[in-house]
Design a protein around this ligand. Structure first.
Ligand code: NAI
Length: 335
């Protein structure tokens, strides 16, 4: 039976990278029935909300979404679409695998980087609880709960066990934020105790940032509260070629949304030169989530071969290929 998936191409380069990704997925032979949910800055403006009901209803129905970038309208105080989707569907785990792409020239090209970052997605300083205490003094509340901290820790450890990962590093600043980060770390320790086969260590976020740049190959699974997770996951993306190549997944109890983490790139939209690697890699995560591991492995290998060959890379990676030429090369390598 075909998998039912909500496809949100987005706007800007979104439809271009979504089209490329759908072609690559079709070439794997996996049967997918797409439910198209259009979303763009102008649809958001017209609907008066970042998350119009047709998108939410489709995701609630299918349980799985593949999402391109959506431009956040500048006027009107609209929330980011991603934040709205995460909140509405309680997608509590942001998962970002970060790994070296063979042949891709980066500052760290000689280092074998292979880590998975688990970022708590629902609380911390992103709860949006800010107020002005007295004139010119504002307070922003950092919310850390046992419930959310334990939930993300359990998710990261269960993933590690299932996927043969050996070490989980919890990242914090509990030396300063003794109560909030202290609770986060306590929850991580409690969950770690249930997984004696997996090494567990802790690192203060500033040191972790330095270690990530100096010794990125020593990291395996990273477990972080929301704010550090946001910053560290972009830092890590920078080690392997940037946001144009790393995949992302937002996972909940019932729904999962797989998305490219880059934006809608208005400067190159419509020119047919966008790099679809990030969304294709996110689609590989989606295939694994759907239980289509063989197809995921094949698409991963085809992408890796395209990078190793290096002849059909897009401009952002120093190549000359169009989105279509790159995608044709990936599909050719699937055979
Ligand atoms: P951006 O990621 O769209 O662009 C930054 C730079 O990276 C640009 O030079 C762009 O050409 C390049 N770039 C990004 N993705 C690329 C790709 N796949 N291939 C080749 N080059 C690529 O960031 P920016 O300009 O800050 O945001 C533009 C719009 O996107 C904004 O409205 C923002 O709110 C929205 N946005 C949406 C996101 C989402 O829906 N996931 C995430 C981030 C931003």
């Amino acid at each position: 039976m075909a998998h039912k998936i909500t496809l949100i191409p987005g706007d800007g380069i979104g439809p271009e990278v979504a089209d490329a990704t759908v072609r690559a997925l079709e070439a794997t032979g996996v049967a997918i029935e797409w439910e198209l949910a259009e979303l763009s800055a102008s649809i958001i403006e017209k609907a008066g909300t970042s998350l119009p009901p047709h998108v939410l209803e489709s995701l609630e129905k299918t349980g799985v979404g593949l999402k391109g970038p959506v431009t956040t309208p500048i006027a009107g105080g609209f929330k980011s679409v991603n934040v709205a989707i995460r909140k509405q569907l309680d997608l509590f785990a942001n998962v970002r695998p970060v790994f070296t792409l063979p042949g891709l020239k980066t500052r760290f090209q000689d280092v074998n980087i292979n880590m998975v970052i688990f970022r708590e997605n629902t609380e911390d300083l992103y709860s949006g609880l800010e107020h002005e205490v007295v004139k010119d003094v504002v307070e922003s509340l950092k919310i850390i709960t046992r419930y959310a901290s334990t939930r993300i820790a359990k998710y990261a450890f269960a993933y590690s066990q299932k996927n043969g990962r050996r070490k989980v590093t919890a990242i914090h600043k509990a030396n300063i934020m003794k109560l909030s980060d202290g609770l986060f770390i306590r929850c991580c320790r409690e969950v770690a105790a249930e997984y004696p086969d997996i090494d567990y260590n802790e690192m203060i976020v500033d040191n972790a940032s330095m270690q990530l740049v100096m010794r990125p190959e020593t990291f395996d699974v990273l477990l972080l509260p929301n704010l550090y997770g946001d910053i560290v996951s972009d830092l890590a993306a920078g080690l392997v070629g940037g946001l144009g190549v790393v995949p992302g997944a937002n996972m909940g109890e019932k729904q999962a949304v797989f998305e490219a983490v880059h934006g809608s790139a208005p400067d190159i939209a419509g020119k047919g030169v966008a790099n679809p690697t990030a969304l294709m890699s996110s689609a590989i995560l989606m295939l694994r989530h759907l239980g289509e591991s063989a197809a995921a492995d094949r698409l991963q290998a085809a992408l890796a071969k395209t990078f190793r060959d290096g002849a059909h890379l897009t401009r952002d990676l120093g190549g000359k290929a169009s989105t279509r030429e790159f995608t044709d090369a990936v599909i050719g390598n699937l055979a």
